[in-house]
Structure formats: structure tokens, C-alpha cells
Design a protein around this ligand. Structure first.
Ligand code: NDP
Length: 499
């Protein structure tokens, strides 16, 4: 019944350079096999140095000589509204592409597409509201005006876990500011971003404003980062590559924006609504198979209720439907690759050999096809265990216990990441104290992983630099320029009058 959604043959995608869809000069291509079905589904023209060079040159030309940076906010906003409408029109197809390539459940992918449309609409609204400052308090003959110029050419590098959503957290804001872009999606999930290129063309964006390359990080991403013609790099991915990307951007002193890893605590106090908390803990740990920078992969639970709460989670785990991501009922689909599955298994095995206890799950499923892992809970974990400190990016929940609020804060903050956290308590004082002391970019109180285009998203420490979304997200793609005016005779002369 589901097989009719699988493509009969692999779809071929070209890259978008200077307004034209092209193959690689050397004819090379990348292939993607569905991680859930083992079927070849996409083939993308594979960019190398030559194509990257052309894409950057096109974006530079479009910025320096083209119309895009000169358009009014209202004009750019109209383009973004058109793109939003086209994404909405083709949302089911885009969701299918992300499901086939990433292994995520189709119902979830549709939700991500709806979220992406909302982000494009939000960026369209912000495009009309970009403004600077003025100071008329500097003296009667002076006026200070602070304007915001688009920063220039921006490289956008995105990962495989939320292919369409993450490019939508960057591209519309860069466009709203008047920037031109070179975009590189993950080599494993490029189809929906390349398809977006077609929608951008259909919306009539001028040539060279957006260039989309399929290729690998070392071949393409590295050049997009180091090339001096690029003014800014916005990257989402691993902390390791993010850090290397910053180093590569440093010689040309580019602005960088980084959304990186997380090891996010979900902190439960005994007075919480424990039924709601249990549901949110499962969602936080297993949504997108845990392949999520925001995954709530560390449960910090008050010792008094720990065993009872974990037993309740264990009871609920079999209700998390793992299976074919094309099935509407599936909650957890396939992991991205065989290597990734093996990495998560070895983390779980390592935790058990270090003295932690596997309470449920952790075994491979459907050995005949795809990369599936049963959602796991590991308890008797300490703050020193690797499994409580490293980002696994899989459906594994580590359980740690605490006795006092201060201890919960210390445990939660004793981590090199700081992306998000959640607190569950009915007590206002506990919530406000935790909310104030947790070192994380987002703290949810009695909820988990809620989001809105209006709310900034990003991390402390090794979770990143800068914020996406929110009302400053267009301004992030600008440079401030001070225009300092003086009228009338020169005052406060430097040299004497007769000089
Ligand atoms: P990476 O950080 O390797 O990939 C993210 C993006 O960076 C991809 O487009 C990748 O290209 C590109 N890239 C790789 N090398 C370079 C480079 N030298 N210069 C510029 N760009 C580069 O993440 P992975 O996909 O390998 O995932 C590894 C781990 O990272 C995961 O297990 C998870 O822990 C974490 N991760 C975190 C994410 C988040 O949202 N914060 C998202 C994804 C992963 P390509 O892969 O095509 O070669």
C-alpha cells in the first residue's frame, strides 16, 4: 500500500547557479538511498571547486551590480510572500522528499513544511520593518543616523536532520535583508533544497541572488567558508564542523552564525503534572528519532519520584510506533545512515559497560531493511558518564537523579552545550529560579520543544553563536552604518583659525 509513494526511479536534480539549473562540469553526481527502504531515490549533480567558484561569483555580482539589495523592503517582501505560497502549494511533495531522504515520519515532515511556510511569511513581514536609529541629541548642528546595510554575500550551510525547515530558518531572512546567497544542503538530503530553487525561480527572483549547490562539506562547504568574496557564513550542524568552519572563516574575518549541538536537560520536580511531563519527556527524547539539536536527551528527575517515573516511561515506550516513515501512524522512522546507527549502538553499549543500566530498547529493528533502533532508556547514569555529556543524536534517553534544586541547576549546567532545557514544576518560585539560572538559549517551562517564528532560537557555549528567528533575525544579516551629519560652519576646529 505504501510502495506507491516510493519513486519508480531516482529523480535527477541539477544545481542552481546564476539563474540556470546545471549539471556538474565533470558530470559527477551524488546518490541518495532512502535510509528506511534501501531504495535509490535521488541523484544530484555534484558540485566541486569549479561550480562553487561560479556560484560565489554569481552571488557577488548579483549583490554588487544587481537590483536585489536596492529593492524596497515592500518589494522584497512580495517575493517572499510568493515563495511562501509556492512552498504551501507544493508542501506535500517537499515533505515526501524530506521523508524519503532523511527517514523522518511523513506526518511530522508535513508539520515541518507548515512551520517553514510560517517562517517565510514572518520573514516577509520583517522585510518591511528593517530600520535603523537616529540621534538628534548630539548638538543642534549634528544628526546621527544609523542605517542597516545588507551584509553582502552569505553562505548558508545546512544539515540533514531538518532539511527544509533549517534552510527556511536562514534563507528568507538573508533575502529580506537584501543579501545574496550560496546555499549548500547536506549531501544526504539535498532534494528539497534543490526543489526550493525551482520555486524561487518560479517566484521570479533575479538570477544570481540564490545559488544552490549539492556537494560535500570538504569539496564545497569549505570553499564557501574561506572564500574572501563571501561576507558571512550561517551554519547549522555539528559543533566539530562548526568550529572548523569558524576557523576557516577567520582569516577573512567573516561574520559567522552557528547553530550547533545540544545535550538538553528535561528537569522534573515531584510537584509537576507528571502525566504531562512523561508525555513531553518521550516527545523530547524520541521526536525525529532523537536526531535533533533540541532533543531532550538528559532526564534530570528528583530522586523521590525517579523510579516510579522511569517505570511509567518504560511502560509508554512500546506505544512509540517505530516503522516505515511513509506510514501516517509512525512516530519514529529510520536513522540517517548505517554508520550513525552503529555509533549510537556503541554509545549505549559503552554506557552499559560503564555501569549504567539499559531499561528498555536499544536494539536494532527490522534487520532486513533500513536503519531502525528501538527507543531506549538508560538509567543509573552520572554527570560524568559519556552518555550524559555527548550528543548522541539518536532515540536514547539518559536518566540522572537529583535531590535539591541547586543540584539540578549544577547538573543541568555541567555540560559544554547550552541550547535548551525544560523545567516541570507547579511551583512558581522553582520555575523562576531554574529559568533564571539555566545556561541555555531556550528554557521551556511546563512544555517542551514548542516553537514560534517570533521567538529567537540558538545556544550558549558550544551550542552556537547568534540567534535565528525572532524579530532581530533580518538585522543579523546586516551591517550597521553610522551616518554622522554636520551642518553649518565647522565647530571645534582642530587647527587654529589662521592655519
Ligand atoms: P556536519 O556538521 O558534518 O554537517 C553539517 C553541514 O556541514 C553539512 O552540510 C556538511 O556537508 C557540512 N560540512 C561538513 N564539513 C564541512 C567543512 N569542512 N566546511 C563546511 N561545511 C562542512 O554534521 P553531520 O551531518 O556529519 O552530523 C554529525 C553530527 O553532528 C551528528 O551526529 C550530530 O551530533 C551533529 N549534528 C547536529 C545538528 C544540529 O542541528 N545542531 C545537525 C546535524 C548534525 P556534508 O555532510 O554534505 O558533507
Amino acid at each position: 500500500m505504501l510502495s506507491n509513494l516510493l519513486p519508480k526511479s531516482a529523480e535527477h536534480y541539477q544545481m542552481l547557479i546564476d539563474g540556470a539549473f546545471v549539471d556538474a562540469a565533470d558530470g559527477r553526481a551524488l546518490e541518495r538511498v532512502s535510509p528506511a527502504h534501501g531504495v535509490l531515490i535521488s541523484r544530484y549533480a555534484r558540485a566541486g571547486a569549479a561550480e562553487t567558484e561560479r556560484a560565489i561569483a554569481a552571488a557577488r555580482q548579483a549583490f554588487d551590480k544587481g537590483s536585489w539589495p536596492q529593492l524596497t523592503g515592500a518589494e522584497r517582501s512580495k517575493y517572499l510572500l510568493k515563495v511562501a505560497a509556492l512552498i504551501e502549494r507544493d508542501a506535500d511533495h517537499l515533505a515526501l522528499l524530506d521523508t524519503l531522504e532523511s527517514g523522518k515520519p511523513i506526518a511530522q515532515a508535513r508539520g515541518e513544511l507548515a512551520g517553514a511556510v510560517d517562517i517565510w511569511l514572518y520573514a516577509a513581514a520583517l522585510a518591511r520593518d528593517l530600520s535603523g536609529d537616529s540621534y538628534n541629541t548630539l548638538g543642534p548642528d549634528k544628526l546621527g543616523v544609523v542605517v542597516r546595510d545588507p551584509i553582502g554575500v552569505v553562505s548558508l550551510i545546512t544539515p540533514w536532520n531538518f532539511p527544509f525547515l533549517i534552510v527556511s530558518q536562514k534563507l528568507p531572512f538573508a533575502l529580506a535583508a537584501g543579501c545574496t546567497c550560496v546555499v549548500k544542503p547536506s549531501e544526504m538530503t539535498s532534494a528539497s533544497t534543490l526543489y526550493l530553487g525551482k520555486l524561487l525561480q518560479e517566484a521570479g527572483l533575479p538570477k544570481g541572488v540564490i545559488n544552490i549547490l549539492a556537494g560535500t562539506g570538504p569539496d564545497v562547504g569549505a570553499l564557501m567558508t574561506s572564500d574572501p568574496r563571501v561576507d558571512m557564513v550561517s551554519f547549522t550542524g555539528s559543533t566539530r564542523v562548526g568550529s572548523a568552519t569558524m576557523a576557516a572563516a577567520a582569516p577573512s574575518l567573516k561574520k559567522v552564525s552557528m547553530e550547533l549541538g545540544g545535550k538538553n536537560p528535561q528537569i522534573i520536580f515531584p510537584d509537576a503534572d507528571l502525566d504531562a511531563a512523561a508525555d513531553a519527556v518521550m516527545f523530547g527524547a524520541y521526536f525525529n528519532a532523537g536526531e535533533c539539536c533540541n532533543a531532550g536527551s538528559r532526564l534530570l528527575i528528583h530522586r523521590r519520584i525517579a523510579e516510579e517515573f522511569v517505570q511509567e516511561l518504560v511502560r509508554r515506550v512500546p506505544h512509540v510506533t517505530v516503522g516505515d516513515p511513509l506510514d501516517e501512524a509512525t512516530k519514529v522512522g529510520a536513522l540517517i545512515s548505517a554508520d550513525h546507527l552503529a555509533k549510537i549502538e556503541s554509545h549505549v553499549a559503552g554506557a552499559v559497560s560503564d555501569g549504567s543500566r539499559l531499561r528498555v530498547g536499544g536494539q536494532r529493528l527490522f534487520a532486513d531493511r533500513g536503519h531502525f533502533l528501538a527507543p531506549a532508556i538508560v538509567d543509573q547514569v552520572t554527570g560524568k558518564s559519556a552518555i550524559s555529556r555527548e550528543e548522541l543524536f539518536g532515540p536514547v534517553l539518559s536518566v540522572l537523579t537529583f535531590d535539591e534544586t541547586e543540584e539540578a541547576i549544577t547538573l543541568a549546567n555541567d555540560c559544554e552545550y547550552g541550547l535548551s532545557a525544560s523545567i516541570w514544576s507547579q511551583d512558581f518560585s522553582t520555575c523562576i529560579k531554574m529559568g533564571r539560572h539555566l545556561r541555555a538559549g531556550t528554557v521551556w517551562v511546563n512544555t517542551f520543544m514548542d516553537g514560534a517564528s517570533e521567538l529567537p532560537f540558538g545556544g550558549y557555549r558550544k551550542s552556537g553563536i547568534g540567534r535565528e528567528l525572532g524579530r532581530h533575525s533580518v538585522a543579523d544579516y546586516t551591517e550597521e552604518k553610522t551616518l554622522h551629519f554636520h551642518a553649518g560652519p565647522r565647530t571645534a576646529r582642530w587647527l587654529p583659525d589662521h592655519a
